[in-house]
Design a protein around this ligand. Structure first.
Ligand SMILES: C[S@@+](CC[C@H](N)C(=O)[O-])C[C@H]1O[C@@H](n2cnc3c(N)ncnc32)[C@H](O)[C@@H]1O
Length: 214
C-alpha cells in the first residue's frame, strides 16, 4: 500500500481507532522507512534514538538496523506489536529497541539523553504538538538532532491525502517557532509522489531538521 494514501485521512482518531486500523495482518503503509527519514538520517552516526508516534515501527526498525538503540513510543499497542514482530523478522537484536505504549500527551522522555528524536506524521492539535516538540527537544543531548515530518497545511489546497482538519496540519514556520533553543538546519515543504486512484499525485509535507545547541 502506498505510504501516503491513507495516512491520517480520518481526523482526530483516537487510540482505539488506531488499534483497529493496525489490526490487519498487512502493514497499514509500508515496512520501508519514510523516504525523508531515510534520505536525511542515513548519514548520522548511530546512538540513542527516540521515535515518537512510532506506529508500526517502519522508521524504528530502519534505525535499529543501522545500529541505533531506539525507544519507540505510541499509544497503539497493536501498532507497536507489529513493529516488534517486524523488528524480530529483520533480525534486530531485541535489546536494541524499547517499545513503549504511552499517550504522548502524558509521556515525558528522559531529558538530555537522545542523539536523535524523530516525529513522523503525528497529526495532533497545535497544543499537543507544541508539548511533544518541547519534550522531544529537551530529550536531546547537546548536538542531538530533531527530525520532524508531517502533512503540511498546503496539502489541503495544493496536495493530496492526509488529514483534512487544518488544526492538525503542519507548517515549517509553526514548527520552527516551537523549537526555541534549537538551531534549525532545514524547515521547508517537500513533495512526495503518492498513488491516488491509480495515478501519481503529490503529497506535501513539512520537513524540519534541527540541532540542539551545545
Ligand atoms: C500516521 S501514523 C505515523 C506512524 C509512524 N510515525 C510512521 O511514520 O509510520 C500516526 C501515529 O501517531 C500515533 N498517535 C496519535 N496520537 C497519539 C498520542 N496522543 N499518543 C501516542 N501516539 C499517538 C498513532 O497511534 C499512529 O501510530
Amino acid at each position: 500500500m502506498p505510504t501516503a494514501r491513507l495516512i491520517g485521512e480520518s481526523d482526530h482518531v483516537d487510540r482505539q481507532q488506531w488499534d483497529e486500523r493496525y489490526s490487519g495482518t498487512e502493514f497499514e503503509w509500508t515496512t520501508r522507512p519514510n523516504q525523508f527519514v531515510a534520505a536525511e538520517l542515513a548519514d548520522l552516526p548511530s546512538g540513542r534514538a527516540l521515535d515518537l508516534a512510532a506506529g508500526e515501527g517502519r522508521n524504528t526498525v530502519w534505525l535499529a538496523e543501522r545500529g541505533w538503540r531506539v525507544t519507540a513510543v505510541d499509544f497503539s499497542r497493536v501498532g507497536l506489536e507489529k513493529g516488534r514482530k517486524l523488528s524480530a523478522a529483520r533480525g534486530v537484536d531485541e535489546a536494541q529497541v524499547k517499545w513503549i505504549v504511552a499517550d504522548l500527551r502524558d509521556y515525558e522522555p528522559e531529558r538530555d539523553f537522545y542523539d536523535l528524536a524523530l516525529i513522523a506524521y503525528l497529526q495532533v492539535s497545535p497544543e499537543v504538538r507544541a508539548t511533544v516538540l518541547a519534550r522531544a527537544a529537551a530529550a536531546l543531548v547537546p548536538g542531538g538532532t530533531l527530525f520532524v515530518v508531517g502533512h503540511d497545511l498546503t496539502n489541503l489546497t495544493e496536495g493530496t491525502g492526509g488529514p483534512q482538519d487544518p488544526d492538525v496540519l503542519y507548517t515549517p514556520e509553526a514548527v520552527r517557532a516551537e523549537l526555541p533553543g534549537l538551531r534549525v538546519v532545514r524547515a521547508e515543504r517537500v513533495h512526495r509522489t503518492v498513488e491516488r486512484d491509480g495515478d501519481p499525485a503529490i503529497a506535501i509535507d513539512t520537513l524540519v531538521r534541527a540541532v540542539r545547541r551545545a
